[in-house]
Design a protein around this ligand. Structure first.
Ligand code: LUZ
Ligand code: MOS
Length: 750
């Protein structure tokens, strides 16, 4: 994969926020964190730490000049714990010193004398104790209570899914510099510069215009910096504000793993009812979401679980209920898929169990129930395309499934201790933030007098290639070479009131804003040229390949001449544009509406080979047919699909987040927490794009790519179950993810 930053990355020349050269006087911050999951601080001894040479300040909740309050949906989280402690790793104080080592040494010296209560760690226990962050939500369609009577087969069960560490290469960090008039400039590794700006302003008691946030690029995020980059930026700002010196906060890997939230663990109950021929008539699901100690984005994530409770299937009678359960673990947060993977694992498990009970391959039930164009989703939106079926058909025809199944059967018969399994996984993911108001973006475009172009948008480059896409969109709209285009850092002074780069919408929404701003400038340029060259209506003019055309006829002016002459004629060469995704709405009373601009569909085939002596396995083949619209950059989209797939496979098989009974993270290092590497990735990954897409709403008919392919990984879970069943036909599947080698082995021999 090659994109805009490839050369810089390979040479180690790309600047991440921690790489920015800082003035010599920069001070370093270290966090004092809660050692207990639930209780309160009785006394805190700061004096010893303050006496250590090099320590400049130890700041606590009492030192916050504004409101000690964070939160983008529900404002329930303090920046620094006052009295109450709610999870291990919760920030209690910030030590600022002349070096990071001194700051950490001083932080370690701070004694917290606490009173400890028994923590709640399990979401069902939280539910029993009425420890909920918000009112329960319920999406319903048809007559889910009455439909069971008509079902020939009913299956019920429980699904558990675990957390997942984001493991962005670049850990959380921010750098704060005091500016004149008592303001702050932040360089922050965040997906949401505006959220950092707003929360920091609130903490410091400043108007938002006094806080400038600049985000150069991120070394990965995956949702982990949508909400949870804010704390470290606000803390750096607090230090800078008090000491009137630049302050940097940079978590090391160990701190990052312990202090920050991960993917939400879910515990879920399902009930599914089918006709004798495998048509799903009714589905009921209840999600107990482990939200952790504070709201963070949990309610929005739970809402997306409800939206995607039926994945790619049409089901006439549905009741999906979600509980956002408050526990004493670090607040769980956004992670690629945003609650959809958890929900899709449940519906797939329900179908798998029903297939087992009815004695028919579950892929037949999957296929029979794939949503068709104009079928309704439970939230009342119609499917706008037949791509669920189109991608499935294409995948099946490419894969010669009957032959594959025959080969596997023969292999399994010959090998008593090695078994193969395969599964198909359809995916349907809605594109738009589920909170309608967030679906807005803006762009600021400057054409300079030499014809070069600077583009600023709300989009944050985090390795996903959004800057490459925006540069291509700019070049295509203006009719110039892409080398002329520079994508600027993301900065709240140039782009205000922006949504996070999240929900897979970054290229879509910011791309549309860029098209609009470039269109405005181009319109002015053409009007000017038509007048200056005296050639009738400007609509007949076009710019492409760096030249002005009248119809198909090239004129004497190239792009540079056009721009220079326009400047001399005092034409405005800059434009700002705002894009709001059209036609979407959602009513949170009825839970009905056209919530998404469109859906992304696709299907995957995953095969696995299982060593039944050791419980270890290797995914062999992942074949994906994916709907990317008219891809803006097939190489980037392929890279996103491959990466997402492997990340999804990691979640359901390898990565296990474990806490002890005190709420302490056990898997807090990379020696204890296993993540996918190149040896884990399927031996063969094939990604094919569906080209027939009548429903693309993205720029130039492209489609969003970031999150949807993650959920193909869920197919790996069921491929493994099939391989296990080949070894042990009486196996009663336990739908607990991750299906680690340990769990596989235990299941095979218990
Ligand atoms: N973030 C968010 C998201 O705030 N709202 C969403 O709907 C969403 N969806 C996916 C990923 N991040
Ligand atoms: Mo996200 S899970 O920050 O799109």
């Amino acid at each position: 994969m090659k994109y805009r930053d490839t050369r810089l990355h390979l040479r180690g020349e790309s600047l991440f926020s921690d790489d920015h050269s800082v003035p010599e006087a920069t001070l370093m911050g270290a966090i004092v964190a809660s050692p207990i999951a639930r209780g309160r601080i009785l006394t805190m001894d700061l004096a010893t730490a303050k006496k250590i040479p090099g320590v400049k300040a130890v700041l606590t909740a009492d030192d916050i000049p504004g409101e000690n309050q964070l939160g983008n949906i529900i404002r329930d989280e303090p920046l620094l714990a006052g009295g109450e402690l709610r999870f291990i790793g919760q920030p209690v104080a910030l030590v600022v010193a002349d070096t990071a080592a001194t700051a950490r040494r001083a932080a370690a010296k701070i004694q917290l004398n606490c009173e400890e209560d028994t923590p709640i760690l399990d979401p069902r226990e939280a539910f029993e104790k009425n420890s909920l962050i918000a009112e329960p939500r319920c999406f319903q369609i048809g007559d889910p209570d009455g439909a069971w009577a008509d079902c020939a087969h009913i299956a019920e069960g429980t699904v558990e899914s675990g957390g997942q560490e984001h493991l962005y290469l670049e850990t959380q960090n921010a750098y704060a510099v005091p500016t004149e008039h008592g303001g702050i400039k932040l360089v922050s590794s965040t997906q949401s510069p505006t959220a950092v700006q707003r929360n920091t302003a609130g903490i410091l008691g400043l108007p938002m215009h006094m806080v400038e946030v600049d985000t150069p690029r991120l070394g990965g995020a995956f949702g982990g910096k949508e909400d949870q980059a804010t704390h470290w930026a606000a803390l750096a700002a607090l230090g800078a504000f008090h000491l009137n010196k630049p302050v940097k906060v940079l978590l090391d890997r160990w701190e990052d793993m312990r202090f920050t939230g991960k993917r939400h663990p879910y515990s879920s109950d399902f009930k599914i009812g089918l006709s004798a021929d495998g048509k799903i008539l009714a589905y009921q699901v209840t999600f107990y979401q482990n939200a952790g100690a504070f709201a963070d984005l949990s309610t929005a994530i739970l809402e997306r679980s409800l939206f995607h409770a039926t994945n790619s299937y049409f089901i006439p009678h549905v009741k999906a209920t979600g509980y956002c359960c408050r526990t004493n673990l670090p607040p769980f947060t956004a992670f690629r898929g945003f609650g959809a993977p958890q929900a899709m694992l449940v519906i797939e498990a329900a179908i798998h169990k029903a297939g087992g009970g009815m004695g028919i391959p579950y892929s037949r039930i999957q296929e029979k129930n794939l949503i068709r164009r104009n079928d309704l989703f439970p939230y009342g939106m119609k499917a706008r395309s037949g791509n669920a079926r189109a991608s499935w058909r294409r995948l099946k025809s490419m894969s010669a499934l009957p032959a594959l199944h025959r080969e596997m059967k023969t292999f399994n018969a010959k090998n008593p201790l090695v078994k193969k399994g395969a599964a198909l996984m359809p995916v349907c993911f809605g594109i738009s933030f589920t909170s309608t108001f967030m679906n807005q973006a803006n762009a600021l475009v400057h054409v300079y007098t030499d014809g070069s172009v600077g583009v600023s948008t709300a989009a944050v480059e985090m390795g996903q290639g959004v800057n490459s896409k925006l540069a291509q969109i700019t070049a295509r709209t203006l009719g110039i070479n892409v080398e002329r285009v520079k994508i600027e850092t993301t900065n709240t002074t140039r782009n205000a009131n922006t949504s996070p780069t999240a929900a897979s919408t970054g290229a879509d929404m910011n791309g549309h804003a860029v098209i609009m701003a470039c269109g405005t400038i181009l319109e002015r340029l053409k009007r000017f040229a038509a007048g200056a060259l005296e050639i009738g209506p400007h609509q007949n003019l076009a710019v492409f390949s760096e030249r002005v055309f009248l119809g198909n006829k090239p004129l004497a002016w190239d792009w540079q001449t056009l721009v220079r002459n326009a400047y001399l004629a005092r034409i405005n060469l800059s434009a700002q544009a705002h894009y709001a995704t059209p036609k979407i709405f959602f009513d949170r009373e009825t839970n009905k509406g056209r919530a998404f601009a469109y859906h992304v569909h696709g299907a995957a085939l995953i095969t696995v080979e299982l060593d039944c002596l050791r419980g270890t396995y290797r995914f062999e083949l992942a074949r994906i047919v994916h709907d990317a619209g008219q891809s803006l950059d097939p190489l980037i989209d392929r890279g996103q699909a491959e990466g997402a797939l492997v990340q999804g496979l990691g979640w359901i098989s390898l990565e296990e987040v474990l806490y002890d009974e005190k709420g302490r993270l056990i898997t807090d290092t990379l020696s204890g927490y296993k993540v996918p590497d190149i040896f884990f990735a399927p031996r063969e990954i094939q990604v094919d794009f569906l080209s027939r897409t009548p429903d693309s709403d993205g720029p130039y008919n492209s489609k969003a790519i970031g999150e949807p392919p993650y959920m193909y990984g869920i197919g790996g879970f069921f491929a493994l179950l099939e391989a296990m069943k080949a070894f042990r036909p009486d196996l009663e599947p336990d739908y607990t993810a991750p299906l680690t080698p340990e769990r596989v082995l235990t299941a095979l021999y218990s």
